[in-house]
Ligand binder design. Sequence first.
Ligand SMILES: Nc1ncnc2c1ncn2[C@@H]1O[C@H](COP(=O)(O)OP(=O)(O)OP(=O)(O)O)[C@@H](O)[C@H]1O
Ligand SMILES: [Mg+2]
Length: 441
Amino acid sequence: MSKVEQDVETEEVENVRVFVRLRPLNKKEIEANYTNIATVDLLNGIVSVKNPVGYSHEPPKTFTFDTVFDSDSKQLDIYNETARPIVDKVLLGFNGTIFAYGQTGTGKTFTMEGVNNVPELKGIIPNSFAHIFGHIAKADESVKFLVRVSYFEIYNEEIRDLLSKNKDQCLEVKERPDIGVYVKDLSAYIANNADDMEKIMALGNKNRSVGATAMNEVSSRSHAIFSIIIETSSYSFENAKTQHVKMGRLHLVDLAGSERQSKTGASGQRLKEASKINLSLSTLGNVISALVDGKCTHIPYRNSKLTRILQDSLGGNSKTVMCATVGPASYNYEETISTLRYASRVKNICNKARVNQDPKDALLMKYQKEILELKRKLEEAANEEPPPPDILDEEPQPESDEPEIEKVEDEHDEELKRAQSDHQLMVEKLELLQKKVLVGG
Ligand SMILES: Nc1ncnc2c1ncn2[C@@H]1O[C@H](COP(=O)(O)OP(=O)(O)OP(=O)(O)O)[C@@H](O)[C@H]1O
Ligand SMILES: [Mg+2]
């Protein structure tokens, strides 16, 4: 079978899946006596929203989605029903995206991150860690894995590496025909277990731009993208000596929320942030509209950093799920309807995902080759003939030769030290590489 035929065979065409999560009324909303205007029909995936100022006989507006979750929903159920199928695909070498969209304060960060020190409140991102490393632990020992993580935010239309020491440096979005859109100079960390991932996430979260507004004390002021790249190498069926690498990329996206200045009370820096947030969300909306229009030949991905980065996730090579979060309070009727309309349009986006087979930017094969080469060199060194008798062990030379002997001794010592340190370096490098490559089982 030719390579092209293989690629076509592994291509999966499907629409972006959309689910809606309703959060409970919060304390402030209860104290202000706001009524609950949204209800969900869990069985049929329907959200109904009643207009609080409409005529009493006005029927509620209804929207149907792949799945809906009410205010009692559990974080783990959300993970299992929405994120697990995507992560399973990423483990097979597909690209996957899970992104949360919605009005400020409706639970995007709660859904994606959750509360980390309370196990049952952990969100989609930390729940994916246990899933990924659980899969590796169950795999055959002939299968090797490499898991690396990047974390960045788009703040005021600038990309900042959340894992870098130099947080204020702005990074650029680039594109290459062989690997597609990527962020140049973005740091990546190799993770060996779920604990590593948690530490990396916590480090990034500390650097994320968060600020208080009248609608959310912990409002995200940036779009954050937590990316996990999973490479898997295994021997091909046709040829037991040939190894292939599959590379799955998972983007876990916690968007900043849409907001109205009159409600958030944003001013100064918060207002500047809000205008950039709303601008990039409306560009995202334009991309979505263009994608589902059918007649549009130009999709304006290039109009914002967010849409460029999500280019594959929306209408491209990715399995994608969107989580639309809504609040049920009457004073947010307009925003709730707007989020549900936005989410309804996303359901019509068609993606074509395929397995990333032997991609150019894979590291696993490179590391495995280096491991073999280092092992070979170390073995060679161990089997080498013992060195000729040391010149220093020989009988003392006549006095006139003394300077010459000293020189040889210096050189010999240097050489020995170099050989020892080369050997040590090789051993250390081998250990380091072996630690990076995870063995199934
Ligand atoms: N389903 C939920 N159950 C309980 N509490 C929730 C739920 N969703 C959100 N919250 C709480 O509501 C507050 C706002 O949620 P969160 O910060 O996740 O909103 P957001 O959509 O990320 O807002 P922003 O766009 O401003 O970042 C938080 O204190 C969060 O813990
Ligand atoms: Mg948030």
